[in-house]
Ligand binder design. Structure first.
Ligand code: IDP
Ligand code: MG
Length: 140
C-alpha cells in the first residue's frame, strides 16, 4: 500500500551539512519527497510536535535540541513507507543502529540521532498535518 510518512532531518545533521546525503538515501530507497521545507522551530512548536513524550525524562532536552537550529521536514511517499523508513533510519541510539542505517551513518548520540520518522499510521497523520497543509501536496 502506498503510504505517506513524515521525516525530519534534525539540527545536528543540518548543521553538519548532511541534508543532501540524507535526501539521496531516501530517494535511493524509493521514499519520494512529496513535500519539503527548511525551517526552525520554536521550543513551543517542538513541544507540540513531541507531545506524546511530555512525561519522558528527556522531553525538555529533546525539545531544546529540536529548536536549536534549522531542520528539514519532508513528506515521503512510497510502498509501505512508514515501516520502510523506520528500517532505513535504524535504532534510536546510533550506537545500537544496524550497519547501513541512517542513524548508524549520521547519528552521534541517542538524542542527536540525525533523523526522525513517524512510527505508525496514526503518528504519520498527526505529524504530516503538523507541518503540511493539504494544499501543499503536488499531484504525482
Ligand atoms: P524514535 O525517534 O526512534 O522514534 P523515540 O523514543 O520516539 O525514538 O524518541 C524521540 C526522540 O527523543 C529520539 O529520536 C531521540 O532524539 C530522543 N530520545 C529518545 N530516547 C532518549 C534518551 O534516552 N535520552 C535522550 N534522548 C532520547
Ligand atoms: Mg518516535
Amino acid at each position: 500500500m502506498t503510504e505517506r510518512t513524515l521525516a525530519i532531518i534534525k539540527p545536528d545533521a543540518v548543521g553538519r551539512h548532511l541534508v543532501g546525503a540524507i535526501i539521496q538515501r531516501y530517494e535511493e530507497a524509493g521514499l519520494i519527497p512529496l513535500g519539503m521545507k527548511l525551517m526552525r522551530l520554536t521550543k513551543a512548536q517542538a513541544e507540540g510536535f513531541y507531545y506524546v513524550h511530555k512525561q519522558r525524562p528527556f522531553f525538555d532536552s529533546l525539545c531544546s535540541f529540536m529548536s536549536s537550529g534549522p531542520i528539514v521536514v519532508l513528506a515521503l511517499a512510497g510502498e509501505n513507507a512508514i515501516q520502510r523508513h523506520r528500517d532505513l533510519m535504524g535504532a534510536t541510539d546510533p550506537a545500537k543502529a544496524a550497519e547501513g542505517t541512517l542513524r548508524k551513518a549520521f547519528g552521534t548520540h541517542i538524542e542527536h540521532n540525525a533523523v526522525h520518522g513517524s512510527d505508525s499510521p496514526e503518528s504519520a497523520q498527526y505529524e504530516l498535518g503538523y507541518f503540511f497543509s493539504a494544499l501543499e501536496w503536488p499531484q504525482r
